[in-house]
Each structure stands twice: as structure tokens, then as C-alpha cells.
Design a protein around this ligand. Structure first.
Ligand SMILES: NC(=O)c1ccc[n+]([C@@H]2O[C@H](COP(=O)([O-])OP(=O)(O)OC[C@H]3O[C@@H](n4cnc5c(N)ncnc54)[C@H](O)[C@@H]3O)[C@@H](O)[C@H]2O)c1
Length: 318
């Protein structure tokens, strides 16, 4: 198959690129390198089945040109940082919603009709039902990131209805593992490297969060594409557990053999739009026959191993 991956140089996109190349597919990788790292494509670039296009999804001509002869699109490019939504309110709308519209229009112009979309558990806001199923009551939005992703999901669904597209929409919890470059493990590890005696925590540390290992996430995506054939396929992706931020800090400190003095910013939420309890009901995906190989603690440790052996990554992102 010939696949186009937007956001191919990012954490998830670069792992997906490698996986599809290993499976013998052709991959067109598309990225503006705003947060992605070309180093993550070091192996992919060696493959004659990989083409890298350094361009922005907002460039309608370039994205349309890249789409020629493609069987399916994995649309991962986004402003993936939920935390700064209120500082740059236009960014989520532009990079997550309007960019998705451009991808869909480019697909339509090139008769490409299958799209895989990286959505998020953030679309549920502070959910009324926990664990939260895919068909939870229409959610009240608490972050610009979640709102922009939900809007993008809506556009994708309308293209399925209007233009005969087929879609796979995955609402991920936070992903951990190799090439992880943003999130709490990254922040804590970076703080502890610069001063192993202190750790500052956003919120009160009691926030309950869910995580999934990158390879489990990719296995789920590919498994669903093979085994679910509705017009619109929506799946939550996570494990059957959650952890408190404080638990995660305990695993990190144990693994690094540190006992820092902890200070807390306080409050139930780490930032505006932070959801104090994320736990998704992933039984729809499990019923399809997928289950994750690593639990949350193992994923945190795996991430630390990656960061420890790739210290250069820490200087690439703030
Ligand atoms: N990492 C997670 O925990 C997580 C959780 C839920 C959803 N997601 C979603 O998964 C996708 C990938 O996330 P990630 O963690 O790999 O993030 P990332 O920042 O590592 O990757 C995003 C990639 O998209 C590229 N990009 C951004 N805007 C672009 C544009 N306008 N044109 C071209 N390229 C552009 C960046 O350079 C980067 O390589 C995102 O859509 C994100 O919202 C991620």
C-alpha cells in the first residue's frame, strides 16, 4: 500500500513510519518539522520506499500534490500540546481543525477515501461517565485542543457521509515510549536531571491519568484497520487502568533511585483545561481482539529507558 503520514517526524508519526516501512509499505512522510525531529526519520530515510516532504499541511497546493496515488492517509500532524491553548487560542483551530479540512479537501481532489485520524481523550472534557465510552453524552469542552480535535472529527465524519470516505478515528490517552518528547515523564525527568533533589509538580499530584505504550497504540490502529470496516470507526485507545500523578512520580523516582523534595503548585488541575480524571472505556477496541502488552508502570519505565539512552532529545523540546 502507499500511505501518506502527516506529522511523520513526530513522536507517534515517526514510529508509525518505521512500522509501515517494516511491513513492506510505501510511505510518503509529510511534516513541517515544527515540533518533529528529522533525526527520528534517520532509519526511514534509508528506505527506497520512503519519501519525505518538508511542507506545511496549511499549504493546500503542497498537500494536494503529496496525495497523488495514495491509498490511505494517516493524519497525525497537529498542535499536540494541550497545555498552552489559552495562550495561543488561534493555534489549535488552525493546526488541528483547518489543517484537517485541508487534508480532507486534498484527499477529495485526489480520490483518496480512507483516513486515519489521531484524536484524543481530551474531546470528552471532564466526562460525566468514567470509564468514558465512545458514545458518552455529547461532551462539554474544557480545552481549545479538545474542542479543535472534536471539530476535526466532525469534519471527517461529514466527509464520510458526503463524499464516501471511510474513517478511523482514534481517541488516545497520553502515549508513552520511544521518541516521546512531551508530557509529564519528559518534564519530570528533565527537572530531575537538572536538580535531583527537587521536583515541582503542577496541580496537587492527585490527578488521575491514563497512558498507553506507543507500540501498543500502533498495533491497535493497524488491527482496527484490518478488523473494523464501518464507514466511520471510532475507538478509544488506552489500557484498563489509570494512575495518580503521584504514583507515576514514585515509579520515576524509584527507577532513578532518587528522593527529591516535592513541591506542588496546588489545585485539582495542572493548567486551564487539564482534566483531573481521564479514564477511557476501551472495551470496543478490546472486543475486536486487541489488548496492550505493557501496563502504565511498564510504559513509564520504558520511556525513562529511552530518555536515559537518548539524552539529546531533552534539548530539542521545551
Ligand atoms: N502524544 C500523545 O500522548 C497524544 C495523545 C492524544 C492524541 N495525540 C495526537 O497524535 C498526533 C501526534 O502526536 P505526537 O505526540 O506525535 O506529537 P508531535 O508534536 O511529536 O508530532 C506532531 C508532528 O506534526 C508536525 N506538524 C505539526 N503541525 C504541522 C503542520 N501544520 N504541517 C505539517 N506538519 C505539522 C510536527 O512537526 C510533528 O512532527 C497529534 O495529532 C496529537 O494531537 C497525541
Amino acid at each position: 500500500m502507499r500511505y501518506l503520514i502527516t506529522g511523520c517526524a513526530g513522536f507517534i508519526g515517526s514510529n508509525l513510519t518505521d512500522k509501515l516501512l517494516q511491513a513492506g509499505h510505501e510511505v510518503i512522510g509529510y511534516d513541517n518539522l515544527s515540533t518533529g525531529l528529522i533525526e527520528f526519520l534517520k532509519e526511514a530515510i534509508q528506505s527506497p520506499r520512503f519519501t519525505f516532504i518538508h511542507a506545511d499541511v496549511m499549504d493546500r497546493e503542497a498537500i494536494s500534490k503529496a496525495m497523488k496515488g495514495v491509498d490511505a492517509v494517516f493524519h497525525l500532524a497537529a498542535n499536540a500540546n494541550v497545555r498552552y491553548g489559552t495562550q495561543y487560542p488561534h493555534k489549535d483551530l488552525e493546526q488541528n481543525t483547518i489543517a484537517t479540512f485541508h487534508v480532507l479537501e486534498a484527499m477529495r481532489a485526489n480520490q483518496v477515501r480512507k483516513i486515519v485520524f489521531a484524536s484524543t481523550g481530551s474531546i470528552y472534557g471532564e466526562a460525566a461517565i468514567i470509564p468514558t465510552p465512545e458514545n458518552a453524552p455529547f461532551p462539554v469542552q474544557t480545552s481549545l485542543y479538545g474542542a479543535s480535535k472534536l471539530a476535526a472529527e466532525g469534519l471527517i465524519q461529514a466527509f464520510c457521509e458526503g463524499f464516501g470516505f471511510q474513517s478511523y478515528i482514534f481517541r488516545f490517552v497520553s502515549i508513552l515510549g520511544e521518541r516521546y518528547t512531551h508530557g509529564h515523564v519528559f518534564d519530570f525527568y528533565k527537572q530531575l536531571l537538572s536538580d535531583p533533589t527537587k521536583l515541582h509538580i503542577l496541580g496537587n499530584g492527585s490527578q488521575r491519568k491514563s497512558y498507553l505504550y506507543i507500540q501498543d497504540c500502533l498495533d491497535a490502529i493497524l488491527w482496527a484497520m484490518e478488523n473494523a470496516q464501518d464507514k466511520i470507526n471510532i475507538f478509544n485507545l488506552g489500557t484498563n487502568e489509570y494512575c495518580e500523578v503521584n504514583h507515576s512520580i514514585g515509579w520515576i523516582c524509584d527507577h532513578l533511585n532518587l528522593s527529591p523534595e516535592k513541591t506542588y503548585a496546588g489545585g485539582e488541575r495542572g493548567w486551564i483545561g487539564d482534566n483531573p480524571f481521564i479514564f477511557l472505556d476501551c472495551s470496543r477496541m478490546r472486543k475486536l481482539g486487541w489488548k496492550p502488552k505493557l501496563d502504565i508502570r511498564e510504559s513509564v519505565i520504558q520511556t525513562l529507558r529511552y530518555l536515559t539512552s537518548n539524552p539529546w532529545v531533552l534539548d530539542q523540546r521545551v
